[in-house]
Every structure is written in C-alpha cells, then in structure tokens.
Design a binder for this molecule. Structure first.
Ligand SMILES: NC(=O)C1=CN([C@@H]2O[C@H](COP(=O)(O)OP(=O)(O)OC[C@H]3O[C@@H](n4cnc5c(N)ncnc54)[C@H](O)[C@@H]3O)[C@@H](O)[C@H]2O)C=CC1
Ligand SMILES: CC(=O)[C@H](N)C(=O)O
Length: 343
C-alpha cells in the first residue's frame, strides 16, 4: 500500500508497505481523507515537538476517515462498507486516568502521528473498532476527518462550560480557533469574538459568523472587549494561538468570575501571569488537552447541520503530492489542507 513516510525534516518518501491485517477487535479502514494539522507541519519542518522527537521514519496524519474493508472476528458493530471517522488516540484502558474516565490523559496512549506511532497518510489503517465512528450518509469522509479538530473545539468549550447566551472570546483564528467558534455556537454562545494577527484570517472568521474580530496588531484588545461587553469582559476566553502575548491577555479580557481555557501550546512552558489578578477576579483557568468522548457529539452535530467544518478546507491534494501540500499548508493565510485518497 502507498504510504507517505517522513524520512527526515522536509522530506517525505512514498513507500510501498504491506497492508496490515486487522486484529480481533480492529477494523481495517481504507483511508479516504486526512487533514494536515499544524503538528504534522511542525514535525515535517523541525522533526520534533518539544520532547516528542522523530527518531525513526514516521507516518504523519491524525485527522482521518475512510471506509471499513475488513473487520476482526470480535467486531459486531461495524461491517465492510461503513464509512468511519477514526479517533486517533487509543488509551491503555487500564491506568488510573483511564479508569476514572479521563482516557485522553492516559500516559500510555497510542496517538497517531506522534512518535513513535504512525499515522494515516497511507492507504490502509488497522484501528480498534471502538475508536472508529460510523458516519451517516449525509456526512462526508472529509468532514469525518475534521471531527478531530472539531473535537478539540468541543472539549475546550466543555472545559469552559460554554453555555446559552455566553460571550466567548477566542484568541487565534487558525483551524482550532475556528473549530472552537463552531463548538461555542453549538453550545449556545450568542456572541463570539475572534482575534488574530493576520487580516485574512479575521476576514474569514467574520465570514464564518464571528460577531467581532480584532486584529491585535492594530487594535487594543482590552478596549475592544470592554466596549463590546459594556465593560464587563468575556464570560469565557479560549486561547487558541499559543502566542505568549495572547496567553497573557486572556486574564485582562475575561469577566470577573469568568473562565479562561488554555488550548494553544506556547513555545515556552513558562508564561508570566498576574496571579493576584486571577485571585481578585476569581478567574477559573483550565488547561484543555485533546478531547474525550467528543466523536459521537461531533458526528451528530455534523449530521444535524449544526456546525460547518468543510468550509475551512483551502485545498485537497493527492498522497503523491504531499510535499507540495505541506509547503502550501505553511502559508500564513491557509487554514486547512487535506490529502484525499481514492484507492
Ligand atoms: N491543547 C490541545 O489539545 C491542542 C492544542 N493545539 C494548539 O492550539 C494552537 C492552535 O492550533 P492551530 O489553529 O492548528 O494553529 P495555527 O498556527 O494554524 O493558528 C494559530 C493562529 O493564531 C494566530 N496568532 C498568532 N499570534 C497571535 C496573537 N498574538 N494573537 C492572536 N492570534 C495570534 C495565527 O496567525 C494563527 O492564525 C497551537 O498552539 C496548537 O499547537 C492544537 C491541537 C490540540
Ligand atoms: C498538539 C496537536 O496539534 C496534536 N493535534 C496533538 O493532539 O498532539
């Protein structure tokens, strides 16, 4: 089977690898669509993300969906022909975190495209059947693949307890910020503000329904939020840029008693925050790491037409053109590139 392998930074090789056989609890999936995530691009460019280092050739891609072609002997809820979205993180199911229900925090998780685990830029993936979610007729496999970033958005909104009538400020209008926008709307937020430093990203966010957009290179964010919220501040602030100034700004623009959710990964682990301000304003700060129990919700939201994910796709490429696709994905105005396979 054709497989795009990252052999060294900035270089994929297309290899012919043996097709896997599904284990007794697995489904074998013919991959149809795989999104290019910022983390894929980071591994491609730098060969590492923090402590995760690409030491051996690695298959990238963790936003995937496809068609079941074979099922293991214990699998009863899938059959060949089913179209499925694959949740990329499979936990150990035994550790303390798994047993308390926080399976996304499992330290032994097998997460696609995170060294040393291979991902989905390949023709076939064998995957645990309970981490494959059936897509209804109305949901495309491209949308199925984007259940992954949508899941990040749903989980962030759940962490922030976004609710009906809330004003939500999202910093960073990349794919994650835009998926938080979708999830926040679905959770009942009535006012959504997005920030960025790239004008095109903000125009796009506006087209996708942001009530207010703020270019933080030109406009004072505190003043803009104060004006929009009559001096109160945002109920929930979701940080989705990873930029240090943006992380710092979150506690200035959240309302007293409000919630800050940190999603963006800062390049420096330590970002100075005024803790007295946090205490005095009784701000809740939550980290948000990947997601748990979001795929069913993501598929339902897509099936009901409550969210749009396909609209963030800028281009689709074939597996053979993956190097070009990655270079395109690095352009600052591009939101999402997809690799589509027609095996
Ligand atoms: N916690 C988690 O589970 C996950 C975290 N992430 C992280 O979330 C962040 C967002 O992911 P993507 O949307 O894929 O990244 P991205 O890089 O495509 O988007 C980030 C956006 O932030 C904008 N930006 C840069 N500086 C800014 C500033 N000072 N203020 C406002 N916006 C600014 C950029 O122009 C860009 O549009 C990244 O840090 C990524 O590593 C991504 C997935 C899961
Ligand atoms: C941090 C990422 O972007 C990636 N989606 C991951 O969950 O590892």
């Amino acid at each position: 089977m054709r497989t795009a392998v990252l052999v060294e930074p900035n270089e994929f090789e297309l290899e012919d690898r043996p097709r896997p056989s599904p284990g007794p609890d697995d489904v074998l999936v013919a991959v149809r669509d795989v999104g290019i995530c910022g983390s894929d691009v980071h591994y491609y460019e730098h060969g590492r993300i923090g402590d995760y280092v690409v030491e051996d050739p690695l298959v990238l891609g963790h936003e995937s969906a496809g068609e079941v072609v074979e099922v293991g002997e214990n699998v009863t809820h899938h059959e060949p022909g089913d179209r499925v979205a694959l949740e990329p993180g499979v936990p150990c199911r035994r550790c303390a975190h798994c047993k308390r229900g926080d399976y996304h925090l499992c330290e032994k998780v097998t997460f696609m495209a995170t060294p040393p685990h291979d991902g989905a830029f390949t023709e076939y993936v064998s995957w645990p059947a309970d981490f494959a979610y059936t897509l209804p007729e109305s949901v495309s496999t491209a949308e199925g693949a984007l259940c992954e970033p949508l899941s990040v958005g749903i989980h962030a909104c759940r962490r922030g307890s976004v609710g009906t009538g809330d004003t939500v400020l999202i910093t960073g209008a990349g794919p994650i910020g835009l998926m938080v926008l979708e999830a926040a709307r679905a959770a009942g937020a009535t006012d959504v503000i997005l920030t960025d430093v790239v004008e095109e990203k903000l125009e796009f966010a506006k087209e996708r329904g942001a009530d207010l957009t703020v270019d933080v290179t030109e406009t004072d964010l505190d003043a803009a939020v104060a004006e929009y919220t009559d001096g109160v501040g945002a109920d929930v602030v979701v940080e989705a840029s990873g930029a240090e100034p943006s992380i710092k700004s979150t506690i200035d623009v959240v309302r007293r008693g409000g919630t800050v959710v940190l999603v963006g990964l800062a390049s420096e682990a330590e970002v100075p925050i005024d803790v007295l301000e946090l205490i005095d304003n009784e701000v809740d700060v939550h980290g948000s790491f990947r997601y748990k129990n979001t795929y069913d919700a993501a598929v339902d939201l897509l099936a009901d037409g409550e969210v749009d994910v396909e609209g963030i796709i800028d281009f689709e490429s074939e597996l053979e053109d993956i190097d070009d696709a990655f270079r395109r994905a690095m352009e600052p105005t591009v939101v999402k590139g997809m690799i589509s396979l027609d095996s």
